[in-house]
Design a protein around this ligand. Structure first.
Ligand code: EPZ
Length: 417
């Protein structure tokens, strides 16, 4: 089992380059299976979630060639096979294979998808979309079977702008007969990235990035080349680290608009940030004031930054409030932050953070991906040594975390126990 050992309270200085977006990559990689032939994706992060997807592609007899930062996917020999729990449990995005295999073969079987345990995470909206497009769904013994005689375009009105349901609807609708309209669609940039790739392959999708997406189904798609966008959650996490520990930190290779809710919030709290076309500079010269934050769908404050931001709020002057509106169980990091010396009361979906508090290193556990990021932020600002256990959660989503932080002066290493 791997742990991360961090010696905190160091001044950080230098450049951190942001990698390709995990949540884009995990949708675009399955998305390539809609095309016949070869697709090359660049700016792919080297993280455990991509390894998990590669294993699923290999299992489906898809040829995968990975080089530094890129992945070449040859779907010529794609086979329709039942995806077992050992593969589907490894990440939430496994459920994009439901849509892919349904669209390609009109039939799919797989064990229920896994992912971080941060709430119940139902998939009713995805299943509703599949049904509206003509599929029949059988749920049996933790397994799901989906089949259709014919997939036919329809209007899909999502009850909430779910990222996964929007993506799954798109993946099926691009090959369904006729026109599909998705209303109340999610606006996340990763969805736009997926639509741009699919359109390059020959799909006819418009309206992405708005609440109404229109898709005209096509017979077939061809392979293409595509660069995925940079990771806004990784960018946001390092921006917070810069605001707490940076004497001068450059966060490079970012799309500033994608993290505007974060940079606006930090600016209102008094942080010193200079934002440029594809990078920002941040430091810890200004004392940060408390803030009330509510997570929301994009372009609101992202739930995926809530846990690291809660760690940052422990260092701010005054009483802050963090309300988690997307997931019901995303404060698993709080007991560990309190163990480090924070004063946080988390009741229901709201955490009240009394700051500033001095943090001290100790042993903590990364219960999920962003909880790991939260503990990392805390460890970097804490006195002494913190050991973050079970960091495979963290390595699922952050590329070269040790190298990136060591380069700017952090004392951090992975220990194999
Ligand atoms: C994606 O999850 C991301 N994962 C999550 O990132 C992210 O937190 C989330 O979007 C919200 O931004 C990937 O892209 C792989 P949703 P997803 O469907 O698609 C409810 C991270 O840390 N809902 O938009 O699963 C659901 O319970 C991860 O990188 C239903 O009720 O999220 C949740 O409360 C974690 N029924 C809310 O909607 C449904 O059918 C948003 O879920 C679908 C969702």
């Amino acid at each position: 089992m791997k742990s991360l050992k961090v010696i905190g309270n160091k001044n950080l200085n230098g450049t951190i380059r942001i990698s390709g977006a995990k949540n884009s990559a995990v949708a675009l990689i399955p998305g390539t299976l809609l095309a016949s032939g070869v697709t090359t994706l660049c700016n792919i992060p080297n993280i455990l979630d991509i390894d998990a997807l590669e294993d699923t592609l290999n299992y489906l007899n898809v040829k995968v060639t990975r080089a530094s930062g890129s992945i070449m996917i040859d779907t010529t020999n794609l086979e329709n096979k039942e995806i077992p729990y050992e593969l589907s449990k490894r990440l939430r995005a496994s459920y994009y294979f439901m849509a892919i295999l349904l669209a390609r073969f009109n039939h799919m079987e797989m064990a229920m998808p896994g992912g971080c345990e941060i709430g119940t995470r139902p998939i009713d909206q995805t299943l509703k979309a599949f049904r509206l497009l003509g599929a029949e769904i059988i749920e049996r013994d933790e397994k799901i079977i989906i089949k259709a005689d014919k997939l036919i375009g329809n209007t899909i009105n999502l009850d909430m702008p779910s990222v996964g349901a929007t993506i799954n609807s798109i993946l099926v609708a691009v090959k369904a007969n006729g026109k599909t309209i998705i209303t109340n669609a999610a606006l996340e940039p990763e969805i736009t990235d997926l639509c741009l790739m699919l359109n390059k392959m020959g799909a006819k999708i418009s309206g992405y990035g708005t609440k109404e997406i229109e898709i005209e189904g096509v017979e077939s798609l061809d392979g293409t080349n595509h660069d995925i966008i940079s990771d806004r959650i990784e960018a946001g996490t390092y921006t917070m680290i810069g605001a707490l520990c940076g004497t001068h930190i450059k966060i490079d290779n970012i799309i500033p608009e994608h993290i505007k809710s974060l940079t606006d919030t930090l600016s209102l709290m008094g942080a010193h940030i200079d934002i440029h076309d594809d990078y920002l500079i941040i430091d810890n010269q200004n004392t940060l004031k408390s803030m009330e934050i509510k997570t929301d769908y994009y372009p609101g404050f992202p739930t995926d930054l809530q846990q690291p931001f809660t760690a940052l709020l422990t260092q701010c002057e005054g009483i802050s409030q963090m309300s988690e509106n997307i997931y019901e169980n995303r404060f698993m990091n709080v007991p560990y932050l309190n163990r480090m010396g924070a004063h946080i009361d988390a009741i229901g979906r709201t955490a009240t953070i009394y700051g500033p508090t001095k943090l001290a290193g100790c042993e903590v556990i990364a219960t999920d991906l962003r909880a790991g990021a939260s503990l990392l932020v805390a460890a970097l600002v804490a006195d002494g040594e913190t050991t973050i256990k079970e960091i495979n959660h963290l390595l699922r989503g952050y590329e070269e975390i040790v190298e990136k932080l060591t380069n700017v002066g952090a004392k951090i290493e992975i220990e194999e126990i």
